[in-house]
Design a protein around this ligand. Structure first.
Ligand SMILES: Nc1ncnc2c1ncn2[C@@H]1O[C@H](COP(=O)(O)OP(=O)(O)OP(=O)(O)O)[C@@H](O)[C@H]1O
Length: 288
């Protein structure tokens, strides 16, 4: 089966901006959560805009459910639930009014399910959204996105600014969504601990370019960071070094085969590496 979402060589520039989204290629398989990380301004929101066709890409192809999406493809849009960071709906609406609008937009809108989410999330139906806390607004957006029975959820910073308890609740909702066969999630986030909890793959974007995609298993068992002294660093096989970063007396070296590195370099400490540390090494490190 083809992937649920597939980007091939997607590029985009903006007038009066030096930024370039540069031939971004990655895919989200059916049944997987893909975490999308990158520094501020790396191009995550731009990529999501290109996927949803709210931003016109310059080149490349994007396939959703095996098809390129055109403006008139409402059928495809119904299969996608979207949650943005920040204001998803007009502030003067309440949840009840929102559901009235959604009923008209989505043929698959499930009022019963929406009301269940309102109850589960403890959201008042008649309070104006402008009086909601940030957590309540995000939960409402997630409830609305899930209530038209999408197959693919696209979330741009949907858990940012939420406390750990609220984030955990929301991650549980995503995991429940994943219980259904062939559901997938694209989750852009700066909160890498959330991604480490739920993502099957993590895609790293840096300065408009896709650096790499790693699976959860590769992250746990393969990628690692060697803590070298200068003299040890000088003796490393350059082929083993993905990137390195000098820090005072130490040099951190990212490797893709931690077990191999432990065998090969017995006098060097080889640590597990977190998503945050990979990001730092990719953004601030150097290549041989
Ligand atoms: N409409 C636009 N016109 C000009 N430049 C834009 C426009 N939209 C985005 N950009 C630029 O594109 C770059 C990438 O922005 P984008 O919002 O995609 O990054 P991001 O990875 O989502 O960042 P963050 O994590 O801070 O949300 C930035 O330099 C931004 O200024």
């Amino acid at each position: 089966m083809a992937d649920i979402l597939e980007l091939q060589q997607v590029s985009k520039t903006f007038p009066k901006s030096n930024f370039k989204l540069d031939k971004v290629t990655f895919s989200v398989p059916y049944g997987a959560i893909l975490g999308f990380v990158g520094e501020n301004g790396a191009g995550k929101t731009t990529t999501i805009g290109c996927i949803l066709n709210t931003i016109t890409k310059e080149s490349g192809t994007i396939k959703l459910f095996g098809k390129e999406m055109k403006d008139a493809d409402t059928g495809l849009r119904e299969k996608i639930g979207v949650v943005y960071d920040g204001d998803n709906f007009p502030a003067y609406w309440n949840a009840k009014q929102l559901s009235e609008i959604m009923k008209g937009v989505y043929t698959q809108w499930d009022q019963e399910l929406f009301e269940k989410y309102l109850k589960d999330f403890n959201l008042p139906a008649k309070q104006k959204i402008k009086h909601f806390s940030r957590g309540m607004s995000m939960k409402l957006a997630i409830a609305a996105a899930l209530s038209h029975h999408p197959q693919l959820l696209i979330l741009d910073e949907a858990t940012s600014g939420l406390d750990p308890v609220m984030r955990d609740d929301i991650l549980d909702v995503f995991l429940a969504f994943m219980q259904e066969e062939n559901h997938s999630v694209l989750l852009s986030s700066h909160i890498t601990s959330d991604l480490e909890k739920v993502a099957d793959y993590i895609t790293f974007l840096h300065d408009g370019r896709l650096i790499m995609t790693v699976s959860k298993n590769e992250l746990a068992y393969d990628y690692a960071v060697m803590r070298c002294r200068e003299s040890q660093f000088q003796k490393l096989d350059p082929q083993d070094i993905l990137v390195y970063r000098k820090r005072d007396l130490w040099i951190d070296v990212l490797v893709s085969d931690g077990k191999g590195a432990r065998r090969k370099y017995k006098d060097i400490v080889v640590d597990h590496v977190s998503v945050d540390e990979i990001m730092l090494l990719l953004v601030k490190g150097e290549q041989i």
